[in-house]
Design a protein around this ligand. Structure first.
Ligand SMILES: Cc1ncc(COP(=O)(O)O)c(C=O)c1O
Length: 381
């Protein structure tokens, strides 16, 4: 089966449910009856396993070309599950261009667990060698990055890390498996905030971890079962429904984002425009090689002051001013107060996040409406 078919059919055989239901019913039961003490059912307690979670995990694994997938109640729970492979005394190499929530874990949580960390520039994979310490165990990064939309060379990072025996973890939330399959490029563990494109409708929080490594897969399952960070059956059901349209949604997200980026490039009130689909983007050639589309995120700087950028954000009407990304509706985010709000101004500036920066999650509306909306908002300053 090919990608679009897998997202609709894998794990959802009508024969698996009662009454041959084409759409798997929601199995909300917390517990399941045992036929006898010698006959333990496949599902016996929903924290451990549930039919809706099992179906979702089967789809996640198949879309990422992985053998094992575990679904979580949030993307951060998936990130934490990957980090649970580290123990006191280990060292993590974290890409400096990373989601603010992951950075918060690195700054505030890992030190309390005795886990060391340092940052590296993932756009220069050869620097992994320089930064690695005798106790380094893991390299974690994402691509395209948030909010600068730099594209990292996944195969090169995997190669460098593997040469040093390090576990590689990628956050594939922005690219989605529709555009990039990191396991095929040598990565050990893929994590997702399925809250975003995978569910696609901004109506459920969720996460996933996918791997081809049997030991890691078994650990992730044990960790979930033990720490209890799993999603509810209804959340799994909603996510599974969203995943069915991932392929068509991503095509439209990419097309609309390209149109929006090209419009902004020609607008005198827009400063730098970050979109991997623009030939002027520093990683355009790499993105064209590594991705099956350039994604639905566009970041730009308003040519003016911080007050101007705030005015643009607040003047948009079709783009809603809100956290998050990856839903069918377009959103505008203000990294300074939203995704990267827990960093200091100094940290943000060092990471190339000025207070004039806006991040667009370009939805699947009519591109002309999105462009007209941006035009009127930019004219407001
Ligand atoms: C790239 C990335 N990873 C992880 C997360 C965390 O996901 P969640 O909000 O589902 O916990 C986010 C949330 O914005 C994100 O953008």
């Amino acid at each position: 089966m090919r990608f679009a078919t897998k997202s609709i059919r894998v794990g959802q055989d009508p024969a698996l449910s009662q009454n041959m239901a084409v759409i798997p019913p929601i199995v909300q039961s917390a517990t399941f009856a045992w036929p006898s003490l010698d006959d333990i059912p496949r599902f016996d307690y929903t924290r451990v396993a549930n039919p809706n979670r099992a179906a979702l995990e089967e789809v996640f694994a198949s879309l990422e070309n992985g053998r094992h997938a575990v679904a979580y109640g949030s993307g951060m729970a998936a990130v934490m599950a990957a980090l649970s492979l580290l123990k006191s005394g280990d060292h993590l190499l974290l890409a400096s261009d990373i989601y603010g929530g992951t950075y918060r874990v690195y700054e505030n949580v890992l030190p309390r667990r005795g886990i060391e960390g340092s940052e590296f520039d993932a756009s220069r994979p050869e620097t992994i060698r320089e930064h690695a310490r005798p106790n380094t165990k893991m390299v974690m990064f994402e691509t395209p990055t948030n909010p600068n939309l730099r594209v990292m060379d996944i195969a090169a990072i995997a190669r460098e890390a593997k040469a040093l025996g390090l576990i590689t973890v990628i956050d594939n939330t922005f690219a989605t498996p529709a555009l990039t399959n990191p396991l095929d490029l040598g990565i050990d563990i893929v994590v997702h905030s399925t809250t975003k494109y995978l569910s696609g409708h901004s109506d459920v929080i969720g996460g996933a971890l996918i791997t081809n490594d049997d030991t890691t897969g078994a650990w992730a399952f044990e960790h979930l079962k033990t720490e209890g960070a799993g999603p509810s059956p209804f959340d799994c059901w909603l996510t599974l429904r969203g995943v069915k349209t991932l392929s068509v949604r991503m095509e439209r997200h990419c097309r609309n984002a390209q149109a929006v980026a090209e419009f902004l490039m020609g607008h005198h009130r827009a400063g730098r425009v970050h979109y991997p689909g623009l030939p002027s983007h520093p990683d355009h050639a790499l993105a064209a090689r590594q991705m099956r589309g350039f994604g639905g995120m566009v970041t730009f700087e308003v040519a003016g002051t911080e007050a101007d950028a705030r005015k643009v954000a607040e003047s948009l009407r079709v783009f809603l001013l809100a956290e998050s990304l990856g839903g069918v509706e377009s959103l505008v985010g203000y990294p300074k107060l939203m995704s990267h709000g827990s960093m200091t101004e100094e940290q943000r500036l060092a990471k190339g996040i000025p207070p004039t920066m806006l991040r667009l999650s370009v939805g699947i509306e009519d591109a002309d409406d999105l462009i007209e909306d941006l035009d009127q908002a930019l004219r407001a300053v």
